[in-house]
Design a protein around this ligand. Structure first.
Ligand code: GLN
Length: 539
């Protein structure tokens, strides 16, 4: 069977959840026993989002191979079994970098270098490369941005050419669009969708399927109208309503609309219907859980929805593992003071301090860790959250006055967190941290070992600073157990405080490896401990 290609574009407005739609389609096709891979094209000029502020672009998602990528790749990995690499995320920055390198090397043999064909060829080559590496039956390619953006044009031109080259029975275009409800008129409106499709047709792309994002159900008449005006058969007009409870509803929603069936028909894919019963079981645990807890996340971009996307998801997965609904309360670290901290954090069943950079909010995070340690509230620290726990313990238990990370205080008398040796001469900011999956060895007899049920794990990293080995003995003796180390024993990867119901923190980012059907052990353990605390308090 030849490889099939599905291209997902977006229209009318951004933030429609194109990535989610692509990922949910991946779930359905995988459950039809097809091998699927997903890739994202981002039209911005940054080489990768690693240097972008979360306010610009939400979370930076890290892959096993250390690539710093768009957060949609997180959706892809959570919704499917695919394991992605840096090849699965292409930015305009990367394309131009490559084209310019080729030009300097004389590879264009004296030709004028142009967007068409040189840039578009580079983009098409990437689609082929993904197909070759992944050996997938179906390659789903999502084009970032909105139709009509100048930046996106080379990508649209490239997929148009690509579809022609592989043949129309091997390729298909899905356009995710918006059908707004206009309150004053009391109606859903189709005009923005019509215009967006017209824009695509101008470029030479005719979508086969329109995924209509909407607040309200699409009536039969409305579907017919969209079908007629947009030149898409009515069965290709798919309703994707705002979810009631969780994003994990989307695959089932698309299945009800028979989108996977239509795709298989259009692409001549002979695949059995998707059995989604395990997915339904996951949904049941999210929508009607037996238990409920409230977790506080003390962070920096708490007003921004996507800044801690994977952490939010992984907390939810920990909930699924415990049949427990989790309400996450976002607490702005810089608003915590010694005076209001106990009051602000009172009643929380667990406290989580996520990763971060820069010194805003550091003091508030230290206060939160201190509160959790002293009052026996379960604590989970992620990356910076482990560094914070180390600073707090140093200052308040070991009496190391002024203990700090050299990221925030270069002159600290007790630099308990310091720059990794390999980082000392690094000047360029992009892609130069300690990145990606590294082996972590867990100590026999530790809580971590019991939680994981094994003693070796591969965890994803994104940091420059590290526990300072000069202080190891002092910490260990006081019960701050360094229970996970790198294979050479040189780097502290995971800590736990023994005399505490649950106080664990990792230098790595467990949130990037958690899935709804395979919750990460640290999140599973954290929510179990939070639940135990909630039950104790109400007993
Ligand atoms: N700023 C810290 C470091 O670079 C923590 C990084 C993180 O939390 N991802 O080590």
């Amino acid at each position: 069977m030849s490889t099939k290609y599905i291209f997902v574009t977006g229209g009318v407005v951004s933030s429609l959840g194109k990535g989610l739609t692509a990922a949910a389609l991946g779930t359905l096709l995988e459950n039809r026993k097809l091998k699927v891979t997903l890739q994202k094209f981002d039209p911005y000029l940054n080489v990768d989002p690693g240097t972008m502020n979360p306010f610009q672009h939400g979370e930076v998602y890290v892959l096993d191979d250390g690539a710093e990528t768009d957060l949609d790749l997180g959706h892809y990995e959570r919704f499917t079994r695919t394991s992605l690499t840096r090849v699965n995320n292409l930015t305009s920055g990367q394309v131009y970098q490559r084209v310019l390198e080729n030009e300097r090397e004389g590879k264009y043999l004296g030709k004028t270098v142009q967007v068409i064909p040189h840039v578009t060829d580079e983009i098409k080559a990437r689609i082929r490369e993904i197909a070759r590496i992944s050996d997938a039956d179906v390659v789903i390619t999502e084009i970032g941005g909105t139709t009509g953006d100048i930046e996106g044009l080379p990508f649209l031109e490239a997929i148009r050419e690509f579809a022609l080259e592989v043949g129309y029975s091997n390729s298909l275009f899905i356009h995710v669009t918006y059908v707004p409800f206009i309150r004053a008129a009391g109606e859903l409106k189709t005009k923005p969708t019509q215009q967006s499709v017209a824009k695509l047709r101008e470029i030479g792309i005719t979508p086969h399927i329109l995924v209509c994002r909407t607040e309200r159900p699409l009536s039969k008449e409305l579907r017919q109208k969209i079908s007629l005006f947009c030149n898409v058969p009515v069965e290709g007009v798919i309703e994707e309503k705002d979810v009631d409870h969780t994003i994990y509803e989307v695959p089932l929603m698309l299945q009800r609309e028979r989108m996977d069936e239509l795709i298989c028909r259009l692409l001549h894919l002979d695949a059995p219907p998707a059995d989604m019963s395990h997915w339904q079981d996951i949904l049941r645990k999210i929508i009607a859980p037996k238990h409920r807890v409230r977790i506080g996340m003390v962070g920096k971009y708490t007003g921004l929805k996507d800044a801690y996307k994977s952490v939010d998801e992984a907390i939810g997965h920990g909930g699924i593992a415990n049949d427990c609904g989790v309400a996450i309360e976002k607490i702005e670290a810089q608003d915590l003071t010694p005076e209001n901290c106990a009051q602000q954090l009172k009643g929380l069943a667990g406290i989580l301090v996520p990763g971060g950079f820069g010194d805003r909010g550091i003091d508030g995070k230290i206060l939160a860790a201190q509160y959790a340690r002293e009052s026996g509230v379960p604590y989970l620290g992620l990356c910076l959250g482990m560094q914070i726990a180390t600073i707090e313990f140093g200052r308040h238990v070991l009496g190391l006055e002024g203990a700090h990370s050299t990221e925030f205080d270069k002159a600290s008398p007790h630099p308990v967190i310091a720059l990794l040796e390999e980082q000392e001469n690094v000047k360029r900011l992009g892609g130069t941290m300690r990145l990606g999956a590294q082996e972590v060895q867990l100590q026999v007899g530790s809580r971590a070992g019991r939680l994981y049920g094994e003693f070796v794990s591969h965890e994803r990293h994104r940091h420059r600073f590290e526990f300072n080995n000069r202080y190891r003995e002092q910490y260990e003796q006081a019960g701050f157990h360094l229970c996970g180390l790198s294979p050479d024993g040189e780097l502290v990867e995971l800590i736990e405080i023994e005399k505490h119901p649950f106080f664990m923190a990792s230098q790595f980012h467990p949130e990037f490896r958690s899935k709804p059907d395979a919750p990460h052990p640290l999140f599973r353990g954290f929510i179990a401990a939070a639940l135990a605390r909630t039950q104790e308090e109400s007993a």
